[in-house]
Structure formats: structure tokens, C-alpha cells
Design a protein around this ligand. Sequence first.
Ligand code: ATP
Ligand code: MG
Length: 254
Amino acid sequence: MTRIIAVVGRKGGAGKTTTAFNLGGAMAAAEQRVLLVDMDPQASLTGILLGQRSGLGIGSALTDPRATLDPLIIATDAGLFPKMYLVPGDRAIERAAQDLSDTATGFFRLRKLLAPLTGFDLVVIDTPPAMGFAISSALLAADRAVLPTLTGQHDLDALADTIRLIDDQRDLGGAALAAIVPCAVRPRELHDRGAMEALTEAYGDLVTEPVPYSPRVRESLAARQPLAQYDPRSPGAQAYAALAQRLGGMATHG
Ligand SMILES: Nc1ncnc2c1ncn2[C@@H]1O[C@H](COP(=O)(O)OP(=O)(O)OP(=O)(O)O)[C@@H](O)[C@H]1O
Ligand SMILES: [Mg+2]
């Protein structure tokens, strides 16, 4: 069975794309067949994996009821990601949002597109930082939701909104919140230690091991390699391996 994970959150720049990429990378390093789906019209995840491009993305498939995802799946092997595949994001997601948001079935289009896929152990969906069509579609398509967050007060305050949306979509058959992932944490700083305590107090076991702040994270994105490959022994790689294990129960590495 294919597990589908939506990486979501209302706040911008919270580590969603970094988490989608590195969670996929950690799962791929554990021999899982991984498909990344970029539901962000900014297409940052696509940019990391493929660089700038102008090809078709998922937007067109969302609006065409006869479309399938197969022609859009790109093997990102290039010697770098032997087991990661990508459905690119594109600007047409914005048009799909306009066309489909008022229809009863529009928010289930992504779920329908993913349902017939076989041959993947894991699908990870990256989403834009806005409450709307893309995040709701991702939540309705997924089994589990992962919520990355920074440790600033506004970031922590925004969590409740996202959790409310996850609960609402859950009532319609959507994903359950499986993990809140503190990103770019500086454990030596008093503020971040306080933020971790506040998070754990509010959300208990949902809060994962923090992903420490490290320049290696940006370097690895620039090198287009997940941390599992770029620096498998780094604390960030290990935090994402622990997240992969928590979500899938497979062995960690490194
Ligand atoms: N652990 C980390 N250490 C250092 N930098 C990090 C870490 N995690 C994320 N970043 C950096 O933070 C920035 C924002 O991360 P990212 O793009 O993953 O956020 P996002 O939530 O996807 O943003 P958006 O809402 O715009 O889609 C990026 O430049 C990324 O490299
Ligand atoms: Mg992003």
C-alpha cells in the first residue's frame, strides 16, 4: 500500500519544502520508492530537484478530468536520487484553484489522481503557505499530515490555524496530523529552548525531534541532494531519518 503524506502549514518559510525533500530523501535512503508531488505554484521543490524549467506540471492534470499523473512523473535519477520521482508543480495550480474551488469535487481531484498510482511506497506532497485549494487538496489526498514550524512566536501562533484546518479536512476523510516538526532550531539559544518546551507542553508526542539550524541544510538544497545523501551523519539528516522512521517504521541509517 502506498502511504501518502502531506507537508502543510499556513506560515511561509517554515521548512515545508525542506522537510518534504529530506523526508523523501530519508525514505529513499531506506530503500523506499518515493514520489514527491509539488502542489505549490511557486514550484520550489521542483526547482530544487530539476532547476528552472518550463515543462508541464500538475496544474493541467488537476483541471482535466481525463488526465492521469503517469505522463507527468519524472525520474530524478541523474546519479543523485536513485529512488525519488517527482510530479512538478507549476503556475497552472493557481488556475486550477480558481476553476475548482467552487465545485463539490474539485478538492478531491488530487486524491483521484493519486489513487491509481502503483509502485510507490510513499508519496510526499509539498504545499504552498496559504490556506486554500492546494493545502486542502493535499490533506484530502493524504493519510498523514506533517506540520513543520519555526520557533518564532508568530510561527507557534499560526500552528493552531493549520491544526484546525487539518481537523476540518479530517472530518471529510482527510489526513490525520502525525507530526509537528520544529525546523531550524538553535538548541543553545534560550528562546528556542523555551519554544521547544512550549511546543511539547501544547502538543506532546506530536512534536518530533527538532531539526537543528545548519548551513548544511541550504548547502544540500543548492547541491540538489537530500541530507541523507549530502551529509548522512549530520544532525539534520538524523532528525529527518527519525521522522521517516516515525512515519514509516523503517530502519534509520547513518
Ligand atoms: N534546519 C535548517 N537549517 C537552516 N536553514 C533551513 C533549515 N530548514 C529550512 N531552512 C531554510 O529556510 C528557508 C525556508 O525553508 P523552506 O523553503 O523549506 O520553507 P517553506 O515552508 O517551504 O517556505 P514557503 O512557505 O515559501 O513554501 C530555506 O532557505 C531553507 O533552506
Ligand atoms: Mg515551500
